[in-house]
Design a protein. Structure first.
Length: 267
């Protein structure tokens, strides 16, 4: 049960993302590693490592001067059963970059047929590859699929997302909750609420005129004895009673901008 979040607006993304990651970590959505990526001046800036959010992003650390920009995504990792051996190194942490460095992606869930998809992407290099075990982080296949599909759709990101999801849903046990930033659309965060056979993993998107737009993981049940997360990760930034707030239905794509968000069906 990982936690994912994002921000887009006129402020700095990284401090907002760090606070949301801390809240999700306290609710046990992640503990093994943490990562934040921002987009600034046409480049993706990324920092991730194993350890708690406070360890990877300590108060007063240089991350705040490095991770500049008003668009970004974040992740705290709770390794899935099939990935439980991939811990303790920054290469296993999210976010993941595409080979061309133009897409950065975070994922919550499991890609059970990742080995098959990995084989289909033989021309791509995988940063999480563990040569000794002959394994990669299953989530990393998504960013490489998306890279191929954006190229194949001639930059139509919505069509690319549909194609990526169509490939992933061939295995009904795959869980498709992910978000990404794309250099070609530098003022947007894309959030995909895809198939989720357990019905547990959800995301909430929100917009506040004085604060821009955010999204974060949403859980209406507790994990490992913790209180349910529900809207806690976004509460420091939006009024859940008065601002635009929506828990995304499955099989939808939300596009966040500083002016609000739009939601469309992927079916």
């Amino acid at each position: 049960m990982c936690g994912i979040c994002g921000y887009v607006g006129v402020g700095q993304a990284a401090p907002v993302l760090r606070e949301m990651l801390l809240i999700m970590e306290r609710h046990r959505l992640g503990f093994e590693s943490a990562g934040i990526a921002t987009l600034y001046d046409g480049k993706i800036l990324l920092r991730k490592d194993s350890g708690s959010v406070d360890m990877v992003f300590p108060l007063g650390g240089d991350w705040s001067s490095f991770l500049v920009g008003g668009v970004g995504v974040g992740h705290v990792r709770y390794p899935s059963p099939i990935m439980s051996g991939l811990v303790g190194e920054d290469r296993f942490a999210h976010p993941f970059l595409s080979c061309d460095g133009r897409i950065v992606l975070v994922h919550n869930g499991t890609v059970n047929d990742y080995r098959e998809i990995w084989g289909e992407l033989s021309s791509h290099e995988f940063s999480s590859f563990d040569r000794r075990r002959g394994i990669i982080n299953d989530s990393e296949v998504i960013v490489h699929l998306l890279e191929e599909d954006i190229l194949g759709s001639r930059g139509d990101v919505t069509e690319a997302v549909r194609r990526t999801c169509e490939r992933l849903v061939r295995n009904p046990l795959n869980q498709l909750l992910f978000a990404f930033v794309y250099v070609g659309e530098p003022l947007k965060v894309y959030v995909v609420s895809g198939r989720e056979f357990e019905g547990k993993r959800k995301v909430v998107v929100a917009h506040r005129k004085s604060f821009d737009s955010v999204f974060a993981s949403y859980r209406d049940y507790g994990i490992d004895g913790r209180e349910p997360l529900v809207y806690e990760a976004i509460k420091p930034f939006v009024n859940v009673e008065g601002d635009d707030v929506e828990v995304l239905p499955y099989d939808t794509l939300a596009v966040l901008t500083s002016d609000g968000y739009s939601v469309s069906s992927l079916e």
